[in-house]
Design a binder for this molecule. Structure first.
Ligand code: F6R
Length: 255
């Protein structure tokens, strides 16, 4: 994994934007996997304000609440439309998001995996990490080889998403999520984490043992994984100074 530590969330967003823009320039028909949540908001702002040409790009997303239609204010469909997709020149038939209102979740999840395969796989998967170590909605204990499926949310995740709903008991108990195995098949993964509340889990994810108890640790096996952190999220990394040294020296002189 390449670990990049920047000063603050704005710099993290700028670094992530450079990553996506460079990948799109190299491959205009880039397939991008989108995350939702607080962390990628700065990146999506830069993407929608940019002049990047997404006309041949494709988009998938990581997860969706089971039972929510695409217009529900708390759905990830709605979030992605409002934060990114409606502002950029993407073709609507190039966007395939998980449908929380599908009648048969097994068919939906199988079809989703098939759709990813038919466009040649995801080139850049954007990720955040939950404080419990989830990536997508792969809660602790998820198989590291899991595929897109229905999952039961942990109480902590339900609590974290409660603000999106009128009351905590309205948060769906189930979600659809790409599996850890599905995420690991992306050609590159770009995980962002900011804020001191992520410092413990970031340390476990990067420096701890690989375990299904912290699904994000699977990324230690990814051949092209990049993690961009701000100082607060990186504060518990034992190798923090080393990663800064790598960034300052090796990456900038193109070694
Ligand atoms: C969102 C997702 C989650 C979030 C994670 C962090 O699509 O899959 O794994 O990335 O819960 O959320 P924030 O960024 O809100 O801290």
């Amino acid at each position: 994994m390449d670990i990049i530590i920047r000063a603050n969330p704005e710099d993290v967003a700028a670094e992530a934007y450079e990553f996506v823009a460079a990948a799109l320039t190299r491959k205009p028909d880039l397939t991008i996997g989108l995350a939702t949540g607080r962390t990628p908001l700065g990146l999506y702002r830069l993407m929608r304000e940019s002049r990047l040409d997404f006309s041949t790009a494709r988009f998938f997303n990581l997860d969706e609440f089971a039972g929510l239609g695409q217009d529900h204010p708390a759905s990830f469909h709605r979030y992605l439309a409002e934060q990114l997709l409606r502002w950029i020149n993407v073709r609507s038939d190039h966007v395939r998001l998980l449908r929380g209102d599908s009648k048969d979740f097994r068919i939906e999840c199988g079809g989703y995996e098939q759709a990813i395969r038919s466009c040649g796989g995801i080139d850049v998967q954007i990720l955040g990490v939950g404080r419990n170590g989830h990536i997508g909605f792969n809660e602790p204990g998820s198989s590291l080889g899991s595929r897109t499926r229905i999952k039961t949310l942990e109480a902590q995740s339900i609590q974290e998403y409660a603000s999106l709903f009128k009351s905590p008991d309205q948060v769906p108990r189930f979600c659809l999520t790409m599996g850890v195995g599905t995420i690991m098949e992306a050609k590159s993964v770009l995980l962002l984490a900011t804020g001191r509340e992520k410092a413990d889990i970031v340390q476990r994810m990067i420096e701890g043992p690989v375990t299904a108890e912290v699904p994000g640790t699977a990324l230690q096996f990814h051949p092209h994984g990049t993690v961009v952190l701000d100082e607060e999220a990186a504060q518990k990394l034992a190798r923090r100074e080393y990663w800064k040294w790598v960034y300052q020296n090796e990456w900038r002189v193109g070694m």
